[in-house]
Design a protein around this ligand. Structure first.
Ligand SMILES: [Zn+2]
Length: 270
């Protein structure tokens, strides 16, 4: 009798789904930043900083040892491993502050890596919003950042702080919006911004998932910020050179970049 009541009171165990493909796993531990960074020698005491809705959480510890259990074995060991392997040689060249030529394939490789890393890093804080499921699934299905995503790349210096060098930082911010269509209907648009700084390399990911495909949302940036970013997705130019003319230091790093942002909704031109 007592055994039965215990069984009834037990909360059914729900297996968490892979954030990318949606399968029931089993889930494996995934590094927020690839383990290859730790193997490059960035093993010392660092500073992890997670910024959620403008509130920054700093943790002392190796920034590249942080792991999350949100991805299935198949996605982690094959698909995402491929993204790390493609982006690694490009990022390593950038860490040396060399000028790096980015052809179309390189822009795509870096954009995929940035989108993947924004999805993973947005799960560091359980309270943070999530990249819309439709975008995570589309990313997995098409193997490219989904429609309605813009990925840009920039540069910044590695800040020295009290606890040590701040080797990497991430921020994720849901930006729910409402848009008025031509027929007067008001619809909800799930827009978001994810940003990553890995050593001296900065990525800005803007995306939106709208229930109405005729809607185009454009993330308009002040001209001085535009000068610090190069668009790598969707690919606009067959070849670009990193870094851009301006660095993020001009705006006080990732947090300074938040200032002066404007949002504009554009109708799609047929
Ligand atoms: Zn998966």
């Amino acid at each position: 009798m007592s055994g039965k009541s215990r069984a009834r009171s037990r909360v059914p165990q729900q297996r968490a789904a892979c954030v990318f493909c949606g399968s029931n796993g089993p889930l494996t531990e995934e590094h927020v930043f690839g383990d290859w960074l730790r193997k490059l020698g960035y093993t010392g005491e660092g500073l992890r900083e997670w910024s959620v809705d403008g509130v920054s959480v700093q943790q002392k510890g190796g920034p590249f040892s942080k792991k999350l259990k949100i991805v299935c074995t198949r996605c982690n060991t094959v698909w995402m491993k491929g993204m790390e392997d493609s982006a690694k040689p490009l990022l390593v060249e950038m860490f040396k502050s060399n000028r790096v030529e980015l052809n179309e394939a390189a822009q795509r490789d870096l954009a995929r890596w940035a989108f993947k890393t924004v999805v993973v890093s947005s799960h560091v804080d359980r309270q943070a919003g999530r990249i819309p499921t439709v975008h995570r699934r589309a990313f997995h299905q098409t193997d490219e950042p989904p429609l309605g995503t813009v990925v840009r790349i920039g540069s910044a210096s590695v800040p020295r702080e009290q606890l040590g060098e701040n080797l990497a930082s991430c921020s994720y911010k849901p930006r729910p919006m409402q848009a008025t269509l031509d027929d007067g209907r008001v619809i909800d648009v799930s827009a978001y911004t994810g940003r990553i700084r890995l050593l001296n390399v900065v990525f800005d990911v803007f995306g939106y998932a709208s229930p109405d495909p005729s809607l185009r949302v454009h993330n308009e940036l002040p001209s001085e910020v535009e000068r610090a970013l190069l668009q790598i997705w969707p690919v606009e130019h067959p070849t670009i050179w990193w870094p851009p003319v301006e660095t993020f230091d001009t705006f006080g790093g990732l947090s300074g970049f938040e200032l002066g942002e404007q949002w504009r909704v554009l109708p799609m031109i047929n």
